[in-house]
Unconditional design. Structure first.
Ligand code: BJW
Ligand code: ZN
Length: 253
């Protein structure tokens, strides 16, 4: 990967270091955040472009906001479904699906609700914050997968007719127990934890990397920006995941 550009050469050296570390272990866990889908055109939550009509997503992604104004919250989610219909997995998603085949024990944990990891071919995915394409009944809990054909009306339950809500985890809500415990198990067992495209501020996801380190794993962060995790990471690669992950896979294949 050597080039005439010193920046590219630095990146190439970091990629080689990451590949070298990955080559020497059997158990790898990767946690992704919104940044891994940024190169697919999916807006991130925080930072530039992370706003929705002047409101921070955090003020809409709560049970209180939904109780106060379900139409407003549904407009936000229907708009995002509309946007996602046009988005496809990017080389970063595909590289993680490849890693699952290359690494003897590989677990993917994602905070993303966009479904792009399974679409790229990742098979075992612990989706900590749910799935934006699920409609869950507010009365009986019945769940149905949205087709995306009608993105103008508020979905209603096919079983009892009550209003549905998006099948995602909002602030103040508990993460699905089986998903979180599956992720925690993989984090505790892994020898390397990759943390890709997350600002590492939302709990409990943000603590998983600390837990991996406490259990003896090394942490590799891939993110163009520094985060609260960067200082404690064993290796931090400051570049887009759609560029870095395929380069790592290329070294391993
Ligand atoms: C690139 C890139 C490129 C750009 N390549 N990278 C302990 C302490 C303090 C508070 C709490 C605590 N424990 C719990 C809380 C409360 C709360 C919390 O964490 N608050 C903090 C924000 C202060 N957590 C919760 O409420 C959680 N529930 C819980 O813990 O239950 C028990 C409990 C409840 C209450 C009190 C105590 C315990 C639930 C959290 C649910 C989060 N839900 C959301 C919305 C999901 C639905 C939806 O999509 O609408 O999940 S919020 C939003 O943030 C979404 C994301 O999954 C999550 C994380 O965001 P992410 O992925 O990191 O995205 P960004 O935008 O922040 O960052 C993108 C990154 O990508 C950036 O760094 C870029 O640089 C980078 N990037 N381009 C690579 N090309
Ligand atoms: Zn129902």
């Amino acid at each position: 990967m050597g080039t005439d550009d010193p920046v590219d050469d630095d990146l190439a050296s970091l990629v080689e270091q990451a590949a070298e570390r990955l080559r020497s272990v059997r158990r790898v866990c990767c946690m992704t955040g919104a940044g891994v889908s940024a190169e697919s055109g999916v807006p991130t939550f925080r930072g530039v472009g992370g706003l929705w009509q002047g409101r921070r997503p955090e003020t809409l992604a709560t049970p209180e906001a939904f109780d106060a104004d379900p139409e407003e919250v549904w407009r936000f989610y229907l708009w995002r479904r509309e946007l996602l219909k046009e988005c496809k997995p990017n080389p970063g998603h595909y590289a993680l699906a490849d890693l699952e085949r290359i690494v003897p024990e590989f677990t993917l944990v994602t905070q993303n609700v966009d479904g792009l990891h399974p679409q790229a071919g990742s098979r075992e995915v612990f989706a900590l914050h749910g799935d934006i394409w699920i409609d869950r009944c507010t009365r009986c809990g019945h769940e149905a997968r949205a087709t995306g054909d009608d993105l103008t009306s508020i979905p209603r339950c096919g079983a009892c007719g009550a209003m549905a809500r998006p099948g995602v985890v909002w602030f103040g809500e508990v993460l699905p127990t089986d998903v979180l415990s599956g992720a925690q198990e993989a984090v505790a067992r892994c020898e390397i934890m990759l943390v890709v495209g997350t600002s590492s501020v939302v709990q409990p996801a943000a603590s998983l990397a600390d837990w991996a380190r406490a259990n003896g794993a090394s942490v590799i962060e891939i993110n163009p920006e520094a985060t609260p995790l960067t200082a404690s990471a064993d290796l931090a690669i400051r570049a887009p995941s759609g560029r870095v992950l395929p380069a790592i896979v290329q070294q391993l294949a």
